[in-house]
Every structure is written in C-alpha cells, then in structure tokens.
Design a protein around this ligand. Structure first.
Ligand code: BGP
Length: 467
C-alpha cells in the first residue's frame, strides 16, 4: 500500500486491536470458584452448542504468551480482556486473593506491555460467581454490589500501576436480559420487576467501582469506563406511534445504562414510567448520588446490530408479568441485510449514528469501538491450500463499518479506536464455538491457532493507520 493515497486515514494513536474476556478464552485451569456459566455447564451441558463448555476455551491460561505475540504480529497496539472475579479472589467477603490468579494476571499484563499493546482490563463479563447467586441472589442484592466494588478495588490496587484503561462491566443490559428476561444466562429467571432492580444495581455497581478507582493513588493517570452494546432503535415509520415506540426501545435498550454512566442520571421519564407500572427499582438518594458523582472517563461501544421497532400491534401479554416490550414490538424490515449465521442485521450506517449521538448528546465523551464483528459458522469451508481461512466477508464487514466510523470522526466525534470481537476464535456462552469471529482461527481438537486472511489484512490497515 506504500505510496498509495489512503482514503480513510484515522487519528494519530488510534487503537487497533481486538477484545476477548477471561471466561471465554482462559479455560477453567486452576480456578477455585465457578461463575454462573461454569456452573450451568456442569449441571446442563446440553444447553451449550455441541455440548462444548468453558473448561478449556481457547487455552489462553496456558498459551497467553504465544497468543499475545500472534496478536502483536498482526498489528495490534491494544487488547482487551477481563479479570475473572472467580480467578482472582479466594474469599469474596474477606478479599483474600488467590496467588495463582494474581500471578497469572500480572504476567498477562506484563506480556501485553512487552509486546507494546495497551492492556484494557474489564472487571465483569457476565461472570458472576455462582456462590454469590446462591447465597445472596446475585445482582438482585445491594450487598453483592458492595462485594463487586471491593473486588474492583483489589484489582485496581494490584494492577493499576500498569493498567491505565479499565472498564467496569461489559454489556450490563445483557445480564438483565439474559438472567431475568430471555433465559439465556443462568439462572434463567423470567421477572420484569427483578430485571429492573438488577438494572439499577448494575448501574450502582459500576459507579461504586469508579468511586473506588478514584481513591487509589496510582490510578491518578489511569482512566475508567464501561462497555455498552449500543443497538440504535429505528422506527418502522415516522408516525407518532412508531417514533414513540423507538424512543421507548432506545430508553430500555441503550439509555438505561448510557445515561447513568455518562450523564450521571437515568433517562428522562423512565422512573415515572416504571413507577406507574409498579416496577420501579428501590433506590436511596445516597445511591442516586453515587451514580451522579461517579461518571465514566470514556466509553467502549460494542456495535453488532440495530433494532427496528414499531408501535405494538397486538395487546401486550401480561401472563408473565411486566416487561419493557409492553411499549414496542420488533419490526422485521423487508429487505434488511442479514448475517444468516447469527441472525443479526448488518447495518454499518448505525456506527455513524452512534458517533453523532455521542457527540451531540453525550458531551462528545472519548469513546472507542470495543467490539464489532461477524460470527460465521463452519469457516473451514474457506480454507485455502496453505491452510488459511479466506474470510473476505469479514474484511468487507470491517471495511464498511470503519468507513462509517471514519465519517463520524471526520464530523468531530471523539472516537479513539477500533477493536474487533475477537482476536482468536473464542468460546461464546451458550453458542460455544458455533460462530467464529476471530482474526485467528482455532482448531478446537488440537488448539492450533492460525492467522486468517483478515488478520493479514488488518496488519496492513494498522501499519497505514487506515486504508
Ligand atoms: C457480545 C459479547 C461477547 C461475545 C459476542 C458474540 O455481545 O460481549 O462476549 O459473546 O457478543 O456473541 P455470539 O457468539 O453469541 O454471537
């Protein structure tokens, strides 16, 4: 590409990299506690695609040195993973640490730095310790919020001298939806009122972790954020009813976490709506104050798909109680482009809309794309004679999304990076290894890791800081 004029040039020091999480990459080796997914797999393996669980995952616990080197070799300057509560902490109440966990994360962080990749450490990626669910009802409990803040504090103290970018939660709305609405995270409860309390508690937990972060001396030059999956809600039409439905969908799917994190308050009208419906969370003024005074420094945005909605055409069915979709219904837009493997719409334009929304309505807070990607099944179909997966569809997908991101940046949105989900094909909850997302493929039987065509392409993009 040298000498060629770059059409899409990205800002200086732009982050190029990818994200994974502890529970999805490490494997359970030497872990003394189980998270809700470890436990669920132990009791119901048939719930997981091909009955593959998190026990080995992508073996990152044992192969992190060579894995990180491989990531570096395709141009990464930054990398996100998460610290597992169930690996770092031996006793959740006294905060006694597990030294094997401490050594492991120390070494991962040091290796990242050695490879000149900025480590971004997340503290919760759907991995609530099962004991805290069994003893205290997990995220329904404010006591668990406090235990999380203590765990976060411990992580800041142990690693904050070298980790300068932290995030509290990955996709907290997915915990609400998975554990309390849609039954795709253990304990698969269906209860809209509890779901709303959990949404409040997760917002509080994030703010409490931020409060602890700011008390630790060596974090003074560090930054803390949150990772939110933003799914812009587009209305079927411009009718008053459809616009209102989209407004509600945006409030429940996006602003419920975005507004407290960035603005320190809940979206306008949501508390009244919940109160009228008899499902408002319990919150003290002291807790609301904690949320108000502990906003994030930056935002990570996971973007995969938009949501399309319309005003309800059928009566809301109360047989299971109240749920947010009392106020809107999914709309299947004719002609939408789909990723058939994941069943998600492909709509790169939304990245631009997100960029402008952050600029105009969220004080143009610094943000980056913390996940974006395309999960595809049976990628071995695309193996060439050299044993490399030719994933041109992924290159096209990333290119299109980067083009719309670039347009947002040109118009002043302060985006500072792009991370793909994920560096190396990793385990994905109940979908296990069905859809592959990585720049690097994983042979599950042999644990052999091979750079895909998209990985080589990404290296060029990072070297040119654009394309
Ligand atoms: C995101 C999660 C990741 C990852 C990804 C792909 O929402 O943050 O943890 O799982 O989705 O998910 P899936 O494999 O289910 O398509």
């Amino acid at each position: 590409m040298e000498g060629q004029r770059l059409k899409y040039n990205f800002p200086e020091n732009f982050w190029w990299g990818a994200a994974t999480s502890g529970p999805q990459s490490e494997g359970r080796f030497n872990k003394k506690h189980r998270n809700v997914f470890d436990y669920w797999y132990d009791i119901e393996p048939s719930e997981f695609f091909d009955e593959v669980g998190p026990n080995i995952a992508s073996n990152f616990y044992n192969s992190y040195k060579s894995d990180l080197k491989m990531m570096k070799s395709i141009g990464f300057n930054s990398f996100r993973t998460s610290i597992q509560w169930t690996r770092l902490i031996k006793d959740f109440e006294t905060l006694e640490v597990d030294y094997d966990g401490v050594n492991f994360y120390n070494s991962v962080i040091d290796e990242c730095i050695k490879n000149e990749m900025t480590p971004v450490m997340n503290l919760h990626h759907f991995d609530l310790p099962i004991e805290l669910y069994e003893k205290y009802s997990g995220w329904e409990s404010k006591y668990v919020v406090e235990l999380f803040a203590k765990f976060a504090r411990k992580a800041f103290e142990l690693f904050g001298d070298r980790v300068k970018y932290w995030t509290t939660f990955n996709e907290p709305i997915v915990i609400v939806q998975g554990q309390y609405i849609g039954e795709f995270h253990y304990p698969k409860i269906v209860d809209g009122k509890k779901a709303m309390q959990v949404a409040f508690n997760l917002n509080l937990a994030s703010a409490r972790a931020i409060e602890e972060f700011r008390k630790v001396e060596h974090n003074k030059d560090g930054k803390i954020g949150i990772i939110l999956n933003l799914t812009p809600a587009y209305p079927r039409s411009n009718s008053k009813e459809d616009l209102l439905a989209a407004d509600y969908a945006n409030k429940f799917h996006n602003e419920l976490f975005l507004d407290p994190a960035v603005l320190g308050k809940f979206p306008d009208g949501i508390e009244e709506t919940l109160k009228n419906d008899g499902v408002l969370w319990e919150a003290t003024s002291e807790e609301l104050n904690i949320i108000k005074s502990n906003k994030v420094d930056f935002l990570g945005v996971n973007y995969y798909q938009p949501i399309r909605v319309k005003a309800r055409e059928s009566e809301f069915d109360y047989s299971n109680g109240w749920f947010p979709d009392k106020y809107f219904e999914a709309y299947e837009m004719p002609g939408r482009r789909m990723n058939p493997h994941r069943g998600w719409e492909i709509y790169p334009e939304a990245i631009y809309d997100i960029a402008i929304n952050i600029k105009d309505n969220y004080g143009n807070i610094p943000w980056y794309i913390s996940e974006n990607g395309m999960g595809v099944q049976n990628e071995e179909r695309f193996l060439n004679a050299e044993g490399v997966i030719e994933d041109d569809y992924r290159i096209d997908f990333i290119t299109e999304h980067l083009q719309f991101l670039h347009k947002g940046i040109e118009e002043g949105s302060s985006c500072f990076g792009y991370h793909l989900w994920t560096p190396i094909d990793c385990w994905s909850w109940i979908n296990a290894y069905r859809n592959r997302y990585g720049f690097i493929s994983l042979d599950l039987k042999t644990q052999k890791k091979t750079i895909k065509k998209s990985g080589y392409w990404f290296k060029e993009v990072t070297e040119n800081n654009g394309f």
